[in-house]
Design a protein around this ligand. Structure first.
Ligand code: ATP
Length: 248
């Protein structure tokens, strides 16, 4: 037994653990009620994917690690579900690729921004951006447009996990290279991404970190080849086919 009262060999252990972390996130004021709905949608897709990282997602995670290592100013965007599910893993990934961490919320309240920043710091983050909010993403309504000018505002590569489609599109329109983690290959966020990762964030983020550690000494030209060889449309089509087959 561990964090939850379910044996680790339970066939749905990971899924139950994920749900439990989201519930805790809501209790701590980190995750919004809408975040519970997003979790439910994610669980359904993960179930159909067999709750495992399919090979095309692993390739996407490797390409994403290469892209992050090549970036001048990478930023990892964190919302309430991301913080509740993978706070220490996000801190590890940021360290492995030298990225900033920025809190970004669909339903922004100063209280929740602060709770998430505190939670990330408790899990080892030195600096958490997003609270200054002195930058704007054009074409989004006021609260949802807020970013830090020296964070996402200045980033060339942004990881946006579990992001809403409007903001993913607005960030792509700004010329940011987007890495999206989303279990739904049909979501607008996944469709907009330069590198869509169709995998559960609890598996995707540690796997990206492992790839980044493996690729750390790789020459930039070779990293660029890994990125260029990645085909976003093929990865999305592969994930959709896996879901339709139902890899159970
Ligand atoms: P869009 O606006 O992009 O079409 P949406 O309206 O479905 O998408 P939200 O509900 O805001 O967007 O986003 C939640 C997304 O996150 C869903 O696509 C869901 O499948 C995905 N998701 C939820 N939990 C996880 C998880 N643990 N790992 C990866 N993706 C997840």
């Amino acid at each position: 037994m561990s964090e939850i009262d379910v044996p680790e060999d339970h066939p749905r252990y990971e899924s139950l653990l994920t749900r439990h972390r989201i519930e805790e996130g809501v209790e701590k004021g980190i995750t919004s009620k809408q975040g519970l709905i997003a979790e439910g949608r994610g669980e359904a897709f993960d179930y159909l994917l067999g709750e495992e990282t399919i090979p095309s997602a692993n390739e996407a995670e490797r390409a994403a690690a290469a892209q992050l290592l090549l970036a001048d100013h990478p930023v990892l965007s964190v919302n309430g579900n991301v913080a509740a599910l993978v706070a220490p893993e996000i801190v590890d990934l940021a360290a492995a690729v030298d990225a900033d961490i920025e809190v970004n919320l669909f339903n922004r309240t100063e209280e929740r921004m602060k709770a998430i920043a505190d939670h990330l710091r408790e899990h080892g983050a030195d600096e958490v951006k997003g609270l200054t909010a002195d930058g704007r993403i054009p074409n989004l309504s006021h609260e949802r447009a807020k970013v830090d000018a020296d964070g996402i505002g200045a980033a060339d590569v942004v990881v946006v996990p579990l992001e809403d489609g409007d903001r993913a599109e607005a960030l792509a329109d700004l010329g940011k290279t987007e890495i999206v983690i989303d279990l739904n290959p049909l979501s607008r966020s996944a469709q907009t991404a330069a590198i869509p990762i169709v995998d559960n964030i609890i598996r995707a983020v540690p796997n990206m970190t492992e790839h980044a550690v493996d690729l750390r000494e790789t020459a930039p030209a070779e990293l660029a080849e890994i990125v260029a060889a990645f085909d976003a449309d093929a990865a999305l089509a592969d994930a959709e086919a896996a879901i339709r087959r139902g890899e159970l």
